[in-house]
Design a protein around this ligand. Structure first.
Ligand SMILES: [Zn+2]
Length: 465
């Protein structure tokens, strides 16, 4: 048995008073963030002025750059500037300050070049209606009370939309412990998400089914939910097509509406609701798929997704697809084990997942779509609209997504066999004989790092399988 972190998310049905209260808490978090940012900016300005007078070192006004410093200042000042603070949970203000401290840290790290990806700018003020409404509880008496209510300090017991069966029974018999709650609003609807530390049996060796399943590559399709290297096409969840059609209609109406008009605001709200609905349906479909994949394969291979460099795409299908790609990876990461590089030491650490399979994420530059899975020929001019791959060398004609999925599977077969150049054709047979990928990876584990099957080392987050 090992302890893992899991998240449980429930939709809330607050009454009008509670809804106003939830809004007020989200506002409190925003208020604390903006107050802290204004304070930091003022202190920075003051320092610049002092430097021009010739002051230096300890004589300069200190800038509250960290969470403890921000908290200290806030507690000294809150009665004066926000006498209403006691009406909201302290945690809401704390969360705002923590977010600010985090944003400031990211900014400094990025400046020093420590951050991967794009440059992080100086934090900006959060506008009401623009920033995401949310706040957190980490201490105090929050949590499920009964099957159908959630206790939130200062707000009271709020009804949940569906019974919390699995979570409450785990909490009651002590198999799970609460580690925080986040309340947030998506598309006009409030949700609570509990982080729960729970016990889970994580297998140490692959099951017979997983060995039989071997390595599988997955490519996310637009027309299908996913296409596997076995050629299997996993259909989109039921009703998804209808939901997407409605979404398309609303987004067209939105584009035609008058900027700033009431109608446009209504359509924007409707659009957000439909977007959330479509994403939920896709997520449910992905949960079924990822659990099945992790239970029946030793190694699952997916593409990397360049999230920071991703161009915001206007096409709806692409937007839905991108969300799905990130979600697929997130789910597979905790259902399968994976190797992560420790940025400090540069060594690879193996983090086990729930089902004892292994997840391999292809290098971002691996041309899975552009390479012929039959002979290795590359088609550099392949575009997103080409739905079939036609090889000009060996004449293979194959579904684009299936071709990519096969290439992804091959990537791992080759890497673990150590046969990079001459694999062609032969690798299909050798894959079944290859050393289980997870043992090889486990051997690379950094000495001294705890494995989740020894202590609570793993912390995969996500919903129940
Ligand atoms: Zn070919």
């Amino acid at each position: 048995m090992s302890r893992v972190l899991q998240a449980y998310r429930f939709a809330l049905d607050p009454n009008n008073v509670q809804a106003a209260n939830l809004n007020r808490h989200a506002g409190a978090r925003r208020y604390a963030f903006n107050w802290g940012l204004a304070f930091v900016k003022a202190a920075l300005g003051q320092r610049e002025a002092e430097k021009s007078y010739g002051l230096s070192g300890d004589d300069l006004t200190p800038v509250p750059w960290t969470l403890p410093a921000l908290r200290l200042r806030w507690n000294q000042i809150k009665n004066g500037i926000a006498p209403w603070w006691a009406g909201c949970s302290k945690e809401a203000f704390s969360a705002g300050l923590a977010d600010l401290a985090n944003a400031l840290k990211n900014f400094t790290d990025s400046k020093k070049g420590k951050c991967k990806g794009g440059k992080v700018g100086f934090p900006r003020f959060k506008k009401r209606g623009k920033a995401r409404d949310s706040f957190r509880y980490t201490t105090g008496s929050y949590g499920p009370c009964g099957e159908l209510h959630v206790k939130l300090p200062r707000i009271g017991p709020v009804k949940v939309h569906e019974p919390m069966g699995a979570l409450t029974s785990r909490l009651v018999d002590g198999r799970a412990r609460l580690g925080g709650a986040t309340v947030s609003r998506t598309a006009g609807r409030w949700f609570v998400s509990f982080t729960v530390e729970t016990e889970r049996e994580i297998p140490d060796t692959p099951s017979a089914r997983q060995v039989r399943g071997g390595v599988v590559g997955i490519d996310l399709g637009v027309k299908h939910l996913a296409v596997l290297s076995t050629g299997e096409k996993v259909p989109n969840p039921k009703h998804a097509a209808r939901a997407e059609k409605e979404l398309r209609r609303t987004s067209r109406a939105y584009a035609r509406s008058q900027p700033g008009s009431n109608g446009r605001a209504k359509l924007a709200a409707e659009l957000a609701k439909q977007h959330a609905h479509t994403a939920n349906q896709r997520r449910d479909g992905l949960h079924k798929l990822t659990t099945e994949l992790a239970r029946t394969h030793r190694t699952v291979v997916i593409e990397d997704l360049n999230v920071t460099g991703m161009v915001r795409n206007r096409h709806l299908a692409k937007a839905v697809f991108d969300v799905g790609m990130g979600e697929l990876r997130r789910q597979l990461e905790y259902k399968c084990g994976r190797t992560v590089r420790n940025p400090k030491t540069g060594t690879d650490v193996y983090v086990p997942g729930w089902h004892g399979a292994h997840l391999h994420v292809a290098d971002r530059w691996y041309p899975s779509s552009k390479t012929c899975s039959g002979c290795g020929w590359r088609n550099p001019s392949l575009t997103l609209s080409d739905r079939t791959f036609t090889c000009k060398r060996c004449g293979l004609v194959i579904d684009r997504d299936e071709n990519a999925a096969i290439n992804l599977r091959r990537l791992v077969d080759r890497e673990y066999i150590g046969d990079v150049k001459t694999a062609r054709g032969a690798d299909r047979k050798t894959s079944a004989l290859a050393v289980p990928a997870r043992r090889q990876v486990a051997a690379k584990r950094e000495p001294g790092t705890a494995r989740a099957d020894q202590t609570g080392g793993a912390s995969p987050r996500g919903e129940a399988a």
